[in-house]
Design a protein around this ligand. Structure first.
Ligand code: PSU
Ligand code: MN
Length: 311
């Protein structure tokens, strides 16, 4: 991964050089996870949330085969509005670079590129994971195996509730990815505040996450990623009955339409957005903005700790 030639946005390059806080953001959420035209507005709002909390946003994506860390507004607009943007996981990056496509990076690809660029914190909505029916489809997001090998903090609202959450937590344990609840000991369920599983660890502040990172560095435990699971307040979650009904319908449609592979997640998210008449979209946007804010505060705390250690 580190061999990839990366292009940097000017502001991101300067911030990284000066040791200022930077937060990586993914582009698949923009191109495939949110409907147009809201997606571009939300992409800009996510960047604004990072800035408002004192860090520099680095949205990652591929423009004409070039991997960009810190898309500028024209590039972000291109990935949000042009038809035929490819969803890129880690395995796609080399082929996509060679063929010169426009592409949006998933959590897996964004994590790998961000870590290669020296960015330690990343905000998304919900992580990918083990799909329901995975016992016969084998559908497990590359987000999981990539995080096992990538030293980055991913701030998320748990894994997407369209998944088999219990199986995903078991896989995260096997793969060595630590999960910290943010001010909770319950694993969040993306659109839902609580996915129904206990967590071993919880933190109460960005500084505590920075402490964990410092301990990781001190002990040279650089192998894997760290999830910070940030639940929505209960009064902001999607109505649980509406959620469960919509999911059941979505899974049946998936089967009917024979959707497989990387089309599954965008299909189910789009189904939620239309079937809930935008209610899930509003919740999804809240999730991402809250995670962007927390990720920025973690990046600020980590940069302050690094600066203090350097004197
Ligand atoms: N979180 C969201 N919306 C999304 C995604 C995450 O709130 O669209 C995207 C991320 O890019 C994640 C991908 O990596 O969905 C997972 O896709 P798959 O299940 O095909 O690995
Ligand atoms: Mn999949």
């Amino acid at each position: 991964m580190t061999d990839f030639h990366l292009s940097y946005g000017t502001e991101v390059a300067e911030a990284l050089r000066d040791g200022r806080p930077v937060v990586a953001l993914e582009s698949t959420i923009v191109s495939h996870g949110l409907p147009r035209p809201e997606n571009l507005r939300v992409a800009r709002e996510i960047e604004r949330a990072v800035r408002d909390a004192g860090a520099v946003p680095a949205t990652i994506g591929m423009i004409g085969g070039k991997l960009v860390v810190g898309l500028d507004d024209a590039q972000l607009t291109r990935l949000a509005t042009v038809d035929g943007v490819t969803k890129l996981s880690v395995r796609d990056l080399a082929v996509a670079a060679a063929t010169g496509v426009d592409g949006a990076t998933t959590v897996a690809a964004t994590s790998a590129v961000a870590a290669a660029a020296g960015i330690g914190v990343f905000a998304t909505g919900g992580l990918g994971g083990v799909h329901r029916e995975a016992t016969h489809t084998f559908d497990e997001s590359a987000d999981l195996v990539t995080l096992a090998q990538t030293p980055i903090v991913v701030v998320c609202a748990g894994v997407k509730s369209i998944l088999d959450v219990g199986a995903t937590l078991e896989r995260l344990e096997t793969l060595g990815v630590a999960v910290l609840g943010y001010r909770t000991r319950r694993f969040p369920g993306f659109y839902r505040t609580d996915a129904g599983f206990d967590l071993d660890w919880s933190v109460d502040s960005p500084e505590q996450v920075a402490d964990v990172l410092a301990a990781r560095d001190a002990h040279a435990l650089h192998t894997g990623g760290l999830l910070v699971a940030n639940p929505l307040p209960i009064d902001e979650q999607l109505d649980p009955d509406l959620h469960d009904r919509t999911l059941a319908d979505g899974l049946a449609l998936l089967e009917r339409d024979g959707i497989t592979g990387k089309a599954v997640t965008p299909y189910l998210l789009a189904h939620f957005h239309s079937a809930t008449e935008g209610a899930s979209l509003a919740v999804n946007v809240r999730i991402i903005l809250r995670n962007a804010d927390l990720a920025a505060r973690i990046a600020v705390a980590a940069a302050a700790r690094d600066a203090a250690a350097a004197v």
